[in-house]
Design a protein around this ligand. Structure first.
Ligand SMILES: Nc1nc(=O)c2c([nH]1)NC[C@@H]1CN(c3ccc(C(=O)N[C@@H](CCC(=O)O)C(=O)O)cc3)C=[N+]21
Length: 285
């Protein structure tokens, strides 16, 4: 029977530390970290996530702004807003909620954010530096995933890690981070033949496909660490990529959905925004 990796509890611990650092920063330097979240269009789920991010900012004492733009916004108008936020001293971090409407180029928009304020880590320079092993902002969900694996106390070096999903925001950067931890890292995706063959050898499974209940207990290696980054609404209920009930019989550790990777994503966003603020401050004469 697997132990539960409780993302809410771990988040609470990390957020307590963030609150202390923010208080000290306010007291000693008179500065308040600021995050701007930009959302285009009226996708309901996206709006829920954005308000969760704003609430989390307030709970740790950040300044937070939500910029809600209509679906009809042109890409140029969005880029103008980003220019404005890039030059706004109250703002240390900028996040443009994905997905963007179809008439926009997500990579182009992300790379319009100042790399110093790119707390999502999606700017081409940050993605490039991450891949090179240089200092960079690390995308929030993959960063949270690594933090969760570390909390199991497992030495990752030499372990077989299988990431299911190759998105730019989760799967791809998660694989790069696992490689950095010296895992033997494989990425499976929708064109993979016989995914079970890879999963059966995996000591660490990171599920980020967005396909409800794709991975079942019988596919997993005995004692594996199973991290579920899937979040899909199914009949009004939030479900992951892993069939929890069967997987928990086989795994050594498993994350629940909700209450696993999700809360860690938001906590890592707070951490990146605080880091951006500290860096800016330290770079000043
Ligand atoms: N630029 C950008 N950055 C993102 O980080 C980003 C994004 N766009 N677009 C959408 C995805 C999704 N995402 C989640 C964040 C928190 C939860 C979360 O906290 N979930 C809770 C439950 C929430 C609920 O009940 O609906 C949980 O798993 O316990 C989930 C998903 C961030 N994303």
């Amino acid at each position: 029977m697997a132990k539960i990796l409780d993302g809410r509890k771990i988040s609470k611990e990390i957020r307590a530390d963030i609150i202390e650092r923010v208080d000290r920063m306010k007291e000693e330097k008179g500065i308040v970290p600021g995050l701007a979240v930009v959302i285009v269009g009226d996708d309901e789920a996206s709006h829920v996530y954005v308000s969760m991010k704003a609430k989390a900012c307030k709970s740790v004492g950040f300044h937070s702004e939500e910029h809600k733009l209509p679906e009809s916004t042109t890409q140029e108008e969005l880029l103008n807003l980003i220019d404005h936020l890039n030059n706004d001293d109250k703002i240390n971090g900028i996040l443009v909620q994905l997905p963007l409407p179809k008439h926009m180029d997500e990579n182009l928009v992300n790379s319009h954010i100042s790399p110093q304020k790119d707390v999502d880590g999606f700017h081409a320079v940050n993605m490039g530096n991450l891949t090179l092993g240089e200092e960079s902002y690390v995308p929030c969900t993959p960063k949270g995933i690594i933090e969760l694996i570390k909390r199991t106390g497992t030495d990752m070096a030499g372990k077989n890690a299988v990431v299911v999903g190759r998105s730019n925001i989760v799967g791809k950067p998660a694989a790069i981070l696992l490689l950095k931890e010296s895992c033997t890292t494989t990425i499976c995706h929708s064109k993979t033949k016989n995914m079970e063959l890879f999963l059966k050898e995996a000591d660490i499974v990171v599920a980020a496909a967005g396909v409800p209940n794709l991975i079942k207990g019988h596919m997993i290696k005995e004692g594996a660490i199973v991290i579920d980054a899937g979040t899909r609404k199914l009949d009004g209920k939030l479900v992951g990529d892993v069939e929890f009930d069967s997987a928990k019989e086989v795994a050594s550790w498993i994350t629940p959905v909700p209450g696993g990777v999700g809360p860690m994503t938001i906590t890592m966003l707070l951490e990146n925004t605080l880091e951006a603020t500290e860096k800016l401050w330290n770079s000043r004469p």
